[in-house]
Design a protein around this ligand. Structure first.
Ligand SMILES: [Zn+2]
Length: 294
């Protein structure tokens, strides 16, 4: 039973959709109220927002490993913030909050995506429910084999959580369509929890299609760490579309194509994500999976 829920926005300071949705809900809290649980909101990284940046010192959404949370010698802006948020919503492992919805946006053409970071019937039913009302939502399982303790995401503070990821939208930009999709997905997640809490779930499909993260791949670099290629036009904006072995995925600045070397069909996500330029990540590779709802 989920009794206390938190909706988080602005974990990344330049993802404005979640930040402005929180403002809306703070003005009209009845939109996120349901009868069987309480809902609160958290604007996670206002300092980064004020600087119009993803983060001040380092990525807040990678700071929630239990080891890091318990290490007082870590004192970057986000390391301190992570401990403060863990105190407020957690502590991780024995959290005051039962469920976290963390709202993100991406510059990649992923559409509305629901990221599941754990496995099980609850999550599969949640995903099926959201998809029933929003068929355009893509379900992506992101390192869902890891326990909460092994996860480094903010949402891993709570025993249960999901992340919403909607794009494409540039950093520090608000788009009406992305705002609406995020709001609708969050609202459906709240509806699902209400119905699950009160044992009133409708009949759901037996199975749903989803994607599961395999690995991320980096852009080709020279010996000095300088990028030698960019994302190939054929896969630009083609998130969740099949990439076949031998298909061009990068092109060098001289025009030479670099092809996918894997042995089987994969699917890309976060293709050419602007936030990953600092560590040269080109995209995530996923496989197609089927999730059982019963
Ligand atoms: Zn984000």
């Amino acid at each position: 039973m989920i009794k206390k829920l938190a909706i988080v926005g602005g974990t990344h300071g330049n993802e404005f959709t979640g930040i402005y949705l929180l403002k809306k809900w703070q003005a009209t809290p009845e939109l996120i109220e349901r009868s069987s649980f309480s809902a609160e909101t958290l604007f996670a990284n206002p300092a980064a927002y004020q600087q119009n940046k993803r983060y001040v010192d380092n990525d807040l959404n990678r700071r929630f490993h239990r080891d890091e949370l318990e290490n007082p010698s870590l004192t970057s802006v986000e390391e301190l913030l992570a401990r403060q948020i863990n105190h407020q919503l957690g502590p991780k492992g024995d959290a005051r909050i039962d469920f976290i919805i963390d709202m993100h946006t991406t510059t990649s053409n992923m559409g509305p995506t629901l990221l599941l970071t754990a496995q099980g019937k609850f999550y599969n039913q949640l995903a099926a429910f959201v998809q029933m009302y929003m068929p355009e939502v893509v379900i992506s399982c992101d390192e869902d084999h890891k326990t909460n303790d092994q996860q480094h995401f903010l949402s891993s503070i709570a025993a249960k959580s999901v992340m919403i990821e909607v794009g494409p939208v540039p950093q520090s930009v608000l788009r009406h369509d992305v705002f609406e999709q995020t709001e609708r997905m969050a609202s459906l997640i709240l509806d699902f929890i209400e119905l699950d809490n009160t044992d009133q779930l409708p009949e759901l499909p037996q199975t749903i299609d989803a994607f599961r993260y395999i690995e991320c791949i980096s852009l080709p670099l020279d010996s000095e760490g300088q990028r030698t290629a960019m994302i190939h036009r054929d896969i630009q904006d083609q998130d969740f579309v099949a990439i076949e072995p031998g298909q061009p995925i990068f092109v060098t600045f001289a025009g030479e194509e670099i092809c996918y070397q894997g042995a089987s069909t994969v699917y890309g996500s976060f293709i050419n994500e602007a936030a990953y330029y600092d560590n040269n990540i080109a995209m995530s590779l996923l496989e197609k999976v089927t999730l059982d709802c019963y």
